[in-house]
Design a protein around this ligand. Sequence first.
Ligand SMILES: *[C@@H]1O[C@H](CO)[C@@H](O)[C@H](O)[C@H]1NC(C)=O
Ligand SMILES: *[C@@H]1O[C@H](CO)[C@@H](O)[C@H](O)[C@H]1NC(C)=O
Ligand SMILES: *[C@@H]1O[C@H](CO)[C@@H](O)[C@H](O)[C@H]1NC(C)=O
Length: 172
Amino acid sequence: MHSIFLVLCLSHVLMTNSVLFVQPLCHEDERSALLQFKLGFSIEKFAAEDPSAYPKMESWKIEGEHGNCCSWHGIKCDEITGHVIGLNISSSFIYGSIDSNRSLFRLVHLRRLNLAGNNFNYSKVPSTIGSLPRLTHLDLLNSKFSGEFPRGIFLLPKLQFLTVQYHLHLVS
Ligand SMILES: *[C@@H]1O[C@H](CO)[C@@H](O)[C@H](O)[C@H]1NC(C)=O
Ligand SMILES: *[C@@H]1O[C@H](CO)[C@@H](O)[C@H](O)[C@H]1NC(C)=O
Ligand SMILES: *[C@@H]1O[C@H](CO)[C@@H](O)[C@H](O)[C@H]1NC(C)=O
């Protein structure tokens, strides 16, 4: 109750005081999903090859003025609802295995997901990506995924762009 009330007050202040730009406020559950996601990885120089790579997730923290996840690097929120609709952590020096229950699936409002140019340690593409119903763009290029590709992703009703490069191991 208390936290809901606080959020409403803050957005009211933002709307009345900021004429030029209104930063939407991030939802608590989505912020904690993002922080949990971040915890599962380490940031390693070798994990990205792109010369313009930088560790986007380093701006993901809740201290001081950083609490609004809509202002974190790589995050795009819907301007009206504040839900996270874009996650672009391409070339962010991310290293580590990713599993299906690593909190990404809680971002059900995601439309664009870009994990390209990192090092996911040859783990499988998480099958839970196939249960993000609003996904339109998915970029998994050059991220060191391997193993079975989840079929559910091909069944996503709104998916328009899928970028993936795969090493196929054909059984003879
Ligand atoms: C994702 O972020 C990179 C910068 O790290 C940028 O070059 C690229 O255009 C972004 N992609 C999308 C779809 O926003
Ligand atoms: C990378 O994958 C190997 C093999 O599955 C695993 O033993 C290791 O813990 C993983 N390392 C990281 C950082 O996820
Ligand atoms: C993910 O799910 C597996 C079983 O499906 C479970 O063993 C593991 O503890 C779960 N991990 C987390 C972080 O919930």
